[in-house]
Design a protein around this ligand. Structure first.
Ligand SMILES: Cc1ncc(COP(=O)(O)O)c(C=O)c1O
Length: 385
């Protein structure tokens, strides 16, 4: 095997193997119930799989248009209008991308110059900090308030400086399962009014909001929509995380900059999948019924762990349920997560990994996008701990 003959001055010296890879590998080695990584253990709709086959056989296998096929961009624009009363021009303001992570990265790459600051909330989804840093930007983290993971808007105001280029938000939020309220959106709108700060809004869990809460998309709020990239993922919505398909909405001026990077980064997104998704989206039932589907799973899991010593924190959105373990152990969450996988046969994600300097909270994140049988087996183990 060849090896590079000189030391490499890494652009991301702090990045190693992610905890998701570590926990999934451990879960496999120990044959544990894997409630760690966030993906469904059930398949997508057969109709959607059949549509992919149909379009591959129809021969749409060459490069599609750079911004995505028009049929899909139109469906996306219609959806944003029907759900959020937001108007986006499919020609200039909608781009289909290979996953939300890519969409967020590309928005950052298009905007952030060396030394620019990007405000974000901690705990923070794992791709945000490296995406900012590899582009020369400086992440500025505001901590969500434990245990409800609410936002201190005065602190956000204090975090904003003349160097702030963008603010990254994520509602519903991974890993905290909290959601922004309308009041949060109005606070954000007020803070940003009159500035040139751009919002990058990660809305991959837009359809996974429970208990009568409403998803607060930036696209609903004109004062935010005018300065925002709204990023969504087909992976979460249609149980196809492995497809890495998503889309971005933004005003024309921002989208023009986005597409300059997109054009030379990936150029186009998988064609046959776009045709299949465009046809599948004609029927909104799949995403309209998603909140009910996942809320039942959340409640099933919660019912299962009711008799345990774990304390559930509110899960208002996403497919994650956080459980605090103060009554069980004072171990670090990373140590406990590893021990539970090895000794008890259940894998979860320690929430501290989503912080740069973790506070001493004792919380594990469990993914309930799993079959009832898996959730029941997982809950049974948790009740014995
Ligand atoms: C908050 C958040 N953003 C983005 C993603 C990734 O989306 P995609 O697979 O479409 O890149 C995830 C997946 O777990 C996520 O939780």
């Amino acid at each position: 095997m060849p090896s590079f003959p000189r030391p490499i001055a890494s652009k991301l010296p702090n990045v190693g193997t992610t905890i998701f890879t570590v926990m999934s590998r451990l879960a496999q080695e120990h044959n544990a119930i894997n409630l760690s990584q966030g993906f469904p253990d059930f398949d997508c709709a057969k109709e959607l799989r059949d549509l992919v086959t149909k379009y591959i056989n129809a021969g749409v296998n060459q490069y599609p248009p750079m911004a995505g096929i028009m049929r899909l961009r139109e469906r996306i624009a219609e959806k944003a209008e029907s759900l959020y009363a937001a108007k986006y021009d499919p020609e200039h303001e909608v781009t289909v991308v290979p996953g939300a992570t890519y969409g967020i990265f590309t928005a950052i790459a298009a905007l952030v110059r060396p030394g620019d600051e990007v405000v974000m909330f901690e705990p923070t989804y794992d791709s945000y900090i490296p995406s900012v840093e590899v582009n020369g930007g400086v992440p500025v983290c505001v901590q969500l308030r434990y245990p409800d993971y609410s936002i201190d808007w005065q602190e956000v105001q204090r975090a904003i400086t003349p160097k702030t280029r963008a603010i990254l938000i994520n509602t519903p939020n991974n890993p905290t399962a909290s959601v922004f309220s309308g009041e949060d959106m109005r606070m954000l709108e007020g803070i940003l009014r009159g500035t040139g700060i751009v919002v990058i809004s990660d809305e991959v869990y837009e359809h996974l909001v429970y208990d009568g809460h409403q998803h607060q998309s930036v696209t609903r709020y004109p004062g935010l929509a005018e300065r925002s990239f709204a990023v969504s993922s087909f992976g979460k919505t249609y149980h196809v995380t492995g497809w890495k398909m998503g889309y971005v909405l933004a005003p024309k001026e921002l989208m023009a900059e986005f597409r300059k990077v997109h054009q030379y980064n990936v150029f186009v997104t998988n064609g046959p999948l776009q045709y299949a998704l465009a046809e599948f989206m004609e029927n909104p039932d799949a995403y309209l019924s998603l909140a009910g589907f996942y809320q039942r799973k959340r409640d099933f899991f919660l019912g299962g762990v009711k008799g345990s010593r774990f304390k559930p924190l509110p899960s208002r959105g996403t497919f994650f349920q956080n459980l605090a373990y103060d009554a069980i152990s004072d171990e670090k969450d990373t140590d406990l997560a590893i021990r539970l996988t090895k000794e008890k046969g259940i894998a979860a994600i320690p929430v501290s990994v989503f912080y740069r300097q973790p506070p001493a909270h004792r919380v594990l994140r469990f993914c309930f996008a799993k079959s009832e049988e898996t959730l029941a087996r997982g809950a049974e183990i948790l009740c014995k701990i």
